[in-house]
Design a protein around this ligand. Structure first.
Ligand code: ZN
Length: 402
């Protein structure tokens, strides 16, 4: 089962299939897909023994998945073995693909990921989106989506769905951006502004980043906090392998946790929020630098050269992150905290003060803080893999559509 982002989601994604014969068949199709994807190439017999069904039952399911183009046969397995050789099965490198997209404050990105988890096409454009209305931004994104889809189609793939990561709060319908302060967007349904034919899921970038960590990271625990930043700071709370949404779907707004209650006022209406100390622009301000295009590159470059003002600004940002995370860690007791997104590129200078602040203030043994290997790619990959997981979780729904 995938970890649902929202209660509302496209057909087939993470839903509980009915306990009927049809439901059973669909669940078993999904179990075959997951088994072959996680452990393949495997023979039919090996799949049968792993999921505890008869070889005949598995053969029927496998044939259906091959006909739908979701599995493929690689030819005889282990020649020379006694008896009829089984043909090894693998997840198809053609067929459905997940299209992931990301709207950043200063970039747009799209990628296509196949069922094996390989990125097969991608497009990135650096563009200043701050205070630009949604229509031109999503028009440009749509252009990139068409380009990536065309490239994927040339390789025998077809788009199974589109998932879009945004730096803002998303309503439970998984389409409407309620508030994206750094873009200046309010109550915008992205559906009519994006290619209409694809099933659409819109979610906060931190949530997709966390799912990417869960699905693609090494030894990621089932309970963790994922913190990511661009200009804003977002977090996702993952509990038992699922993203926690909160009542309205807005959980994880770490950037607006007050660090110093009387600090500078924030766009959210509060004062002294974490974003005012550890957001990229706040750090640049504190270091006396002008916000330019490659903010993280600029900060990392200066810090590496030993620029004292930049190092101090990053040390203070780490302290602020440590204070804000103390509240979350004490409240939720996660197994670890993962720094992802742009923050991961600044971790050498953020981590020491962050860790010591967190250790000093948390009640129990200190919570480990690690750095995401996915870095700024996390949200985009998480979005594309969200669609792929939907296919693996209910291959029958996709086979019917394809
Ligand atoms: Zn705030």
């Amino acid at each position: 089962m995938s970890a649902p982002l929202h209660k509302a989601r496209p057909a087939g994604q993470g839903r509980v299939l009915p306990d009927t014969q049809q439901g059973m068949r669909r669940r078993n199709l999904s179990r075959v897909m997951h088994t072959v994807r996680d452990e393949g190439p495997l023979s039919r017999a090996a799949v049968a023994s792993r999921i505890g069904l008869t070889r005949a039952a598995v053969s029927t399911l496998v044939d259906e998945l091959i006909r739908a183009g979701l599995l493929e046969e690689l030819g005889p397995e282990r020649p020379g073995r006694v008896g009829r050789p089984g043909s090894a099965l693998a997840v198809s490198g053609r067929g459905p693909a997940g299209i992931g997209a990301e709207v950043g404050v200063d970039h747009l990105a799209v990628c296509a990921v196949d069922l094996r988890g390989e990125v097969r096409a991608r497009a990135v454009r650096h563009v200043a989106n701050r205070d630009r209305s949604p229509e031109p931004v999503l028009g440009e994104l749509t252009g990139l989506i068409h380009r990536v889809v065309a490239e994927a189609e040339d390789e025998g793939l077809w788009p199974a769905g589109l998932a879009v990561a945004v730096p803002g709060l998303v309503a439970r319908d998984a389409r409407t951006v309620v508030r994206a302060p750094n873009l200046g967007w309010l109550d915008t349904d992205l559906g009519p502004l994006l290619p209409g034919k694809l099933p659409l899921t819109v979610a906060n970038e931190a949530n997709f980043g966390a799912l990417a960590e869960l699905w693609l990271g090494e030894d990621t625990p089932r309970d963790f906090l994922h913190v990511s930043a661009e200009i804003g700071i977002g977090a996702a709370v993952v509990v038992d392998g699922r993203v926690l949404h909160g009542n309205r779907g807005f959980a994880g707004e770490l950037g607006h946790v007050p660090v110093w209650p009387d600090g500078p006022s924030c766009a959210c209406g509060g004062r002294g929020c974490l974003e005012q100390y550890a957001g990229e622009e706040a750090v640049l301000r504190a270091a006396g630098l002008e916000p330019g295009e490659d903010r993280v590159g600029l900060l990392a470059g200066r810090a590496e050269q030993g620029d004292a003002a930049v190092r101090r600004a990053l040390h203070d940002a780490g302290t602020a992150l440590g204070i804000a995370l103390t509240g979350a860690v004490n409240l939720l007791d996660p197994e670890n905290v993962v720094l992802g997104g742009a923050l991961s590129g600044l971790s050498p200078w953020l981590l020491p003060s962050l860790r010591s602040e967190l250790a000093r203030r948390t009640a129990g043994p200190s919570c480990p803080v690690s750095v995401s290997a996915l870095g700024p790619e996390g949200p985009l990959l998480g979005a594309a893999h969200w669609v792929v997981r939907g296919v693996l979780d209910d291959p029958a729904a996709v086979a019917e559509r394809g």
